[in-house]
Design a protein around this ligand. Structure first.
Ligand code: ZN
Length: 159
């Protein structure tokens, strides 16, 4: 095999791996997304769009200014904010801004617990607000993850 043929092969390999990496970037804003399992997305999108979700996993666009929420570049599927049943807390104009989706505790309630009730830890916030009680984050939280880190972030910002 000559050198040019070899170069072509390695070039194709690169393209392939790039395409895989591109999968995690939002098709609209080109910002980074976070991997979210199919089961979570199924519980987030409006019931009339369930068929469109299919069986694949998705990424959630983390750009607060972008209208896109879940997307899958392999299948060219994307969902907008208006396709989702709950407001995505970090997106602009999310109302209310939930910190804990399982118990519908808002960012405002967490801030009040810090300011009015001197909460300084996630444990305090949980006791005062009732957050993280009977959690089922895989289907309630838009990332499918425990809201612990969201509450911690609010505490760090407001202490
Ligand atoms: Zn986006």
């Amino acid at each position: 095999m000559n050198k040019i043929a070899l170069n072509v092969i390695s070039c194709k390999t690169n393209l392939k791996s790039d395409a895989k990496d591109n999968n995690s970037f939002c098709p609209v804003c080109r910002g980074p997304g976070i991997f979210v399992k199919n089961i979570t997305v199924r519980h987030m999108v409006s019931d009339d769009l369930l068929e469109k979700v299919g069986i694949s996993d998705y990424y959630l666009c983390m750009n607060k200014d972008c209208q896109i929420t879940y997307y899958n570049n392999d299948f060219k599927i994307e969902f907008k904010k208006s396709d989702i049943k709950v407001p995505i807390w970090f997106k602009k104009d999310a109302k209310p801004k939930y910190a804990c989706y399982c118990n519908k505790v808002t960012e405002e309630q967490v801030i009040n617990a810090i300011i009015d009730n001197n909460a300084t830890s996630v444990k305090d916030v949980v006791r005062i607000t009732g957050a993280m009680n009977n959690p089922n984050c895989q289907i309630n939280n838009p990332l499918g993850k425990c809201c612990h880190h969201i509450i911690q972030e609010i505490i760090d910002k407001n202490l």
